[in-house]
Design a protein around this ligand. Sequence first.
Ligand code: GAR
Length: 208
Amino acid sequence: MKNIVILISGRGSNMQAVVEAAIPDVRIRAVLSNNENAAGLAWAAERDIATAALNHKNYPDRAAFDAAMAAEIDRYEPDLVVLAGFMRILTPEFCRRYEGRLINIHPSLLPAFPGLHTHRRALDAGCRLAGCTIHFVTAELDCGPVIAQGAVPVFDSDTADTLAQRVLAVEHKLLPQAVADFAAGRLNISGNRVSSIRTADADAFLSN
Ligand code: GAR
């Protein structure tokens, strides 16, 4: 059984997708946030998942917040920490502590559009494809070995909101899949590349 801790900052729809996927041999130990009003916390608590919120404004600096968050995370002895819409930049120390067991979902086809406002920027750049990326987290923002990417078309009529919705539907499929692959030991990191060993079991899970 693999212990997973999920960090969110708001709605938590990606966290919900992971919980609802009921991934074999995965236990969602806790959902943590920097925002006590994050809607996803209440959703998780209703399902008897441990939750906690640490308000980053209560800490003198980024390092102090990250240390407190790490202490909270470590209570659950996670095999994997998932950043699912966690909107805080993490210190290099935090990234190093969870190296190889910290993944993030980002709403663009990295390395295009790291940072914020990804859908607006994809539209402004005239992209015909947009998408999302799941990657292992390294100290550099929105970098790190890519586990999976999903692409969607950009339509002439798109706004940042309609594009975000199309990408989000793909995020909800890709993130549970990546967690399942990690938990089953199917991901191998080599330099900046991740290879995944697919098995019949994995394909059966993904086709559901
Ligand atoms: C998702 O689109 C996720 O990719 C993005 O925030 C949204 C969270 O939605 N993450 C980032 O922008 C991280 N830089 P959710 O709370 O409904 O999962």
